[in-house]
Design a protein around this ligand. Structure first.
Ligand SMILES: Nc1ncnc2c1ncn2[C@@H]1O[C@H](COP(=O)(O)OP(=O)(O)O)[C@@H](O)[C@H]1O
Ligand SMILES: [Mg+2]
Length: 333
């Protein structure tokens, strides 16, 4: 049946509570057909919980979900049928070959035998695993497993593909391969993609639009360039040093015409359009006033920088400690 909705996915007032914890807290989101949409957030932000409700694996505490105009709560089977899925955990069977992994999945979806042959060939080609057809999936690298899973999810030709952190933990090469695969199916087969990620760079490069999620709430939404403007994502200049030195370092930032933000063990600022000039200036000022520092650097903004800008505090992981174990705990705004 033709669906009239221009949206692949519509989420209204979605809430999920686990006891006292509100993991998803009133999310509204509309994902257009043909879009690559990124849900960007740190560990524990509520990304997987959102995805699991979209898949009908978790029941929302409240709120509405529709997929291609089909109500997930009223018509769960039909709604689910529109979606292919790559979950956060790897689900390939290690003791089966690539081909047999796909075969089992195809049978699960009751794909007729003659079609299944073709689908398997297609999936292996798509994931660039043709030459590993007979190899055991258990011997694959993380990236190969991910590619196999992605291709598998596409075997029943879904219009929408959900991927939960498809590239977390992968090396750059495998990450790039997954990106290529996603771009290809989006462009050639017009598959709508909703993916979650912890990597700002990934969302920026791959997605048409990005929603940033923190503590179960959307805190920003837009195209990468809209977000870049909003957040001022220019190169970041960062100077770290002993705590007592930080006010002095911040002073030097101001002298150099930068707007410093002081964290637990460093001072940083957007370096604007001429980052090299700024770092030269800072180095001169620091050495002239004999301020001891540990590290001076320029880097592209990461999710940590975006969060700092949006929430005024550093990204915390679920255990309450900073990612990378930097310093004391700061409350988020
Ligand atoms: N089944 C569950 N029971 C209780 N708490 C959960 C459950 N699943 C997730 N949570 C909690 O909900 C919050 C969001 O988790 P999750 O959606 O997995 O975040 P993300 O995928 O963004 O890392 C976290 O604080 C997590 O501990
Ligand atoms: Mg998750």
């Amino acid at each position: 049946m033709l669906s009239l909705s221009e949206y692949a996915i519509e989420i209204n007032g979605l809430v999920k509570k686990f006891g006292d914890l509100t993991a998803v807290n009133g999310v509204n989101l509309r994902i257009k057909k043909g879009e690559i949409f990124g849900l960007l957030g740190p560990n524990g932000a509520g990304k997987s919980t959102t995805i699991n409700m979209l898949l009908g694996l978790l029941a929302p505490t409240s709120g509405k979900i529709s997929v291609n105009g089909i109500d997930m709560l009223k018509n769960p089977e039909r709604a689910k049928g529109q979606i292919g899925i790559v979950t956060q955990e790897t689900v390939v069977e290690p003791e089966l070959t690539a081909e047999d992994n796909l075969m089992i999945f195809g049978r699960l979806y009751q794909i007729p035998a003659d079609e299944l042959r073709k689908d398997i060939d297609f999936a292996l080609k798509l994931s660039d695993l043709e030459s590993f057809r007979k190899a055991y999936a258990g011997t694959f690298s993380g990236g190969m497993k991910r590619r196999l899973e992605t291709a598998k999810a596409l075997m029943h030709a879904p219009q929408i593909l959900l991927l939960d952190e498809p590239t977390t933990g992968l090396d750059v090469q495998n990450r790039t391969k997954i990106w290529e695969l996603l771009r290809k199916i989006n462009k050639e087969d017009n598959v709508t993609i909703l993916m979650t990620t912890q990597y700002l760079e990934e969302a920026d490069q791959l997605c048409n639009r990005i929603a940033i999620i923190d503590h179960g709430k959307l805190i920003a939404l837009g195209t990468p360039s809209e977000l870049r403007q909003k957040i001022g994502m220019s190169t970041i200049l960062e100077v770290s040093g002993d705590k007592e030195m930080l006010p002095k370092i911040a002073q030097m930032f101001r002298k150099a015409g930068l707007e410093p933000q002081t964290l637990t063990n460093k001072v940083l600022a957007s370096a604007g359009s001429k980052p090299v000039e700024k770092i030269e200036k800072i180095l001169k000022l620091l050495s002239a006033s004999k301020i001891d520092v540990r590290n001076v650097s320029l880097h592209e903004p990461t999710i940590d920088d975006v969060f700092l800008k949006l929430t005024g505090s550093e990204v915390r992981d679920e255990t309450g400690s900073f990612k990378g174990g930097r310093g004391m705990i700061m409350r988020r705004g």
